[in-house]
Design a protein around this ligand. Structure first.
Ligand code: DUC
Ligand code: ZN
Ligand code: ZN
Ligand code: ZN
Length: 468
């Protein structure tokens, strides 16, 4: 089976050119100047003139079916990967979880059981370590060597749930430095946050808005700085700060990077587009829609401007969603009368490619940087390159044909995620995902779905391309 994507503007991390992309089976076999292709015959030809042809999006941070606060993220691997496909994402990296007290290998097996036969697109795992002890450190080596899991997330937040103390973090970093893994950090000072949360509740401050107020930027910056210091002590263990939201934390990352340190960070669309004031302005309990950690920041500070700048200058390498959806009904509602019981998370796996493209429209990012932050760098960072993340011969034929003249209006009535609201309700994007191809198969065309559950494959990942 061959497929020719004709006349589109192919966008890569280093440039754009009009080219024809020839696909045989699951792979790209040639990217040709259009003058060469009249002789080529293919089973199927897709006209991409006037459109961008980009590598399929890679969302390096999702939580399908994640257990949290007595409930579970509302997208299953079935519904969540299908929604991702609609939005131009053809690979996700989700988080398998070792619960505190659990054997790492058992946590991993549970995630394979959740995903086997369920995913519409290719997927891989990071591993959340909920308890760093001697067994977990040994398991890290085994996961890197045998299981294709080369990144581990630790939490400086959530004492008593996922939390690691500084000693545990240092040991995990030392192990990662040895075996080549990347340490991903949820950098918020959870011990101090818990005090602020307790004090707020004692004052009767129970509304959703107090979630953000009790997680100040200073405590994100402090934890980010501490993680960077611990990584330095661990012989410059590679460190990746997840869901960075505050200017003050970004400044710590930028300082480390300016020193040539092995420090990277991602941000998420919610921090680029939504603010604490959106949440404040919402009536009653509605603010729960935007409860996530790290929290939304105030528009009266410079966070959004700085995050876009960070994306331009590579202090922020990647845009991931931290997709962790909960419905209002029966899920977010668990926190009625006590904001600390609202399950943390925002769903957005379907909208990342569009929301970052709006940054191109708004003059915040170049086309090349759009592709780099949503596809190429995630592939390189997490050991999937060049199988994924680039339009070139030999790579998987994961392609998105993107229409810069289309429009996308985001809303709960039209999205495909299993959520009864949209955090981005009413936002309009000047651009639209047209055709989505996953390993040579057209799975979305003009808003119609042609994929199927179970076609997505588990990807064993290699080490990060950015290891030094
Ligand atoms: N943050 C969230 O918003 N949800 C899940 C876990 C996390 O760290
Ligand atoms: Zn986190
Ligand atoms: Zn810099
Ligand atoms: Zn997360």
């Amino acid at each position: 089976m061959s497929l020719l994507v004709k006349g589109g503007t192919v966008v890569g991390p280093t440039g754009t050119r009009v080219a024809d992309v020839l696909v045989e089976g699951e792979k790209i076999v040639a990217v040709l100047d259009p003058s060469y292709t009249p002789q080529i015959t293919a089973n199927e030809v897709i006209d991409a003139s006037g459109k961008y042809v980009i590598p399929g999006g890679i969302d390096a941070h999702t939580h399908m079916e994640m257990p949290f606060g007595g409930t579970s993220a509302s997208d299953t691997f079935d519904t969540g990967t299908r929604a991702a496909a609609y939005g131009g994402t053809t690979t996700i990296i989700d988080f398998a979880i070792q619960r505190t007290g659990e054997v790492v290998q058992d946590g991993l097996a549970a995630w394979h059981a959740k995903t086997d036969g369920e995913c519409h697109i290719d997927y891989a795992f990071h591993m959340i370590l909920g308890g760093v002890d001697a067994d977990a450190l040994k398991a890290m080596d085994r996961l890197v060597a045998d299981e294709g899991i080369t990144s581990f997330k630790l939490f400086m937040a959530y004492p008593g749930v996922f939390y690691s103390d500084d000693g545990q973090i240092l040991r995990a970093m030392q192990t990662a430095r040895e075996n080549g893994a990347l340490i991903m950090m949820h950098a918020e000072n959870g011990i101090a946050i818990d005090v602020l949360v307790q004090q707020a509740l004692e004052r009767g401050e129970t509304d959703p808005i107090y979630h953000g107020i009790t997680r100040p930027a200073a405590l994100e910056a402090e934890a980010t700085n501490r993680a960077i210091a611990l990584a330095e002590v661990a012989q410059d263990c590679p460190l990746y700060i997840v869901h960075l939201s505050a200017s003050q934390a970004l400044a710590k990352v930028a300082e480390a990077r300016d020193q040539g340190r092995n420090v990277f960070a991602e941000t998420c669309p919610q921090y680029l587009y939504l603010t604490l004031e959106d949440q404040l302005g919402a009536p009653g309990f509605e603010g729960a829609k935007w409860v996530c950690s790290t929290p939304l920041r105030s528009k009266h500070e410079s966070h959004q401007r700085d995050l876009w700048k960070g994306l331009r200058n590579n202090d922020l390498a990647i845009v991931s969603t931290d997709h962790c959806p909960f419905c209002m009904k029966d899920q977010k509602e668990l926190g009625l009368g006590d904001f600390s019981k609202i399950p943390n998370g925002i769903g957005g796996v379907e909208h990342r490619v569009d929301l970052v493209f709006q940054g191109v429209v708004d003059g915040q990012l170049s086309l090349e940087r759009w592709v780099e932050t949503i596809a190429t760098t995630p592939a390189r960072m997490f050991g999937l390159y060049p199988q994924k993340g680039i339009v070139q011969p030999g790579s998987d034929a994961d392609l998105v044909i993107y229409d810069p003249n289309g429009t996308t209006r985001i809303g709960a009535a039209t999205h495909h995620m299993n959520m009864d609201y949209s955090a981005y309700e009413g936002i309009e994007i000047k651009g639209r995902v047209g055709t989505v191809i996953s390993r040579g198969e057209v799975i979305v065309a003009d808003g119609n779905y042609h994929g199927r559950k179970g076609r997505g494959k588990f990807l064993k990942r290699g080490l990060s391309s950015y290891l030094m």
